[in-house]
Write a protein that binds this ligand. Sequence first.
Ligand code: L34
Length: 299
Amino acid sequence: MAQLIDGKAIAAQVRAEVKAEVAAWVAAGHRAPHLAVILVGDNPASASYVRGKTQAAAEVGIASETLHFDTHLTEAELLAEIERLNADESVDGILVQLPLPAHINPSRILHAIRPEKDVDGFHPVNAGRLLLGEPGFVPATPAGILELLRRSGIETAGKHAVVVGRSNIVGRPLAVLLLQRGIDATVTVCHSRTSNLAALTQQADILIAAIGQPRYITADMVRDGAVVIDVGINRVEDPAHPRGYRLVGDVDFEAVSQKAGWITPVPGGVGPMTIALLLRNTLYAAQQRYTYTYKARPL
Ligand code: L34
């Protein structure tokens, strides 16, 4: 039976650290860090994640505002809004919640955010810095996964990490982070066109599932004692549930938790870490500290 990696508890610890640092920053005479979140349209999941972000910001003393626009907002209008926030000296961090409506080109929007305010780390300048191992903003979900491993005392050096998924938000940046000096994993990246996926996942000491398919990773794909990190947040219909749906990950938790050594639950795993690390990035944006480094050894 796997040990649970309690993302909810670890995220609370990170938030407490951010809260203390924000308090010290403000006590030193600075204004509170300020995050602007842009939400376009009415995707209920996006609205709920954004609420989670602004609520968590308030709890740690970060000022935030949500700019909520109708789904018909044009790309030009959104670009104008970003230009306004780029120029606003009182705004430290800008986040555009994804996905955007189909008529808006997400790259064009993300490229318009000043890299110094890009707390999501999605701007090509920050992506390039990450690739080169230079100081920059690291996307919150991959950074959160590294914190989960580090704070659980899980060794990464010399381990075989298998990342399933190659998105710009999770898979790719995570693979690059795992290779970073001080983390020192050996990394395999798999995706929808990988042949014989199971043969690769079975070799993982650390298996990260970021596919976006409910319960895609089954027990036969996992090595005994492996560390399994489930990034998926899939809503599946469940009439028995008060909300009419249930959240399940990309991992078949029930079966895989019998075999893995460590596992993250959904909900309560990676999701809360994404929010906690966004807050940390926002504090760093205010402090103009565009980096953090990971220690190879646990805290
Ligand atoms: N720009 N877009 C931008 N940045 C991001 O970092 C995100 N992401 C992903 C979607 N779009 C984005 C998020 O914020 C996914 N994501 C996210 C954030 C938080 C949670 C899930 C996804 C989260 O809080 N999950 C909870 C359950 C929430 C619920 O009940 O619905 C959990 O325990 O997993």
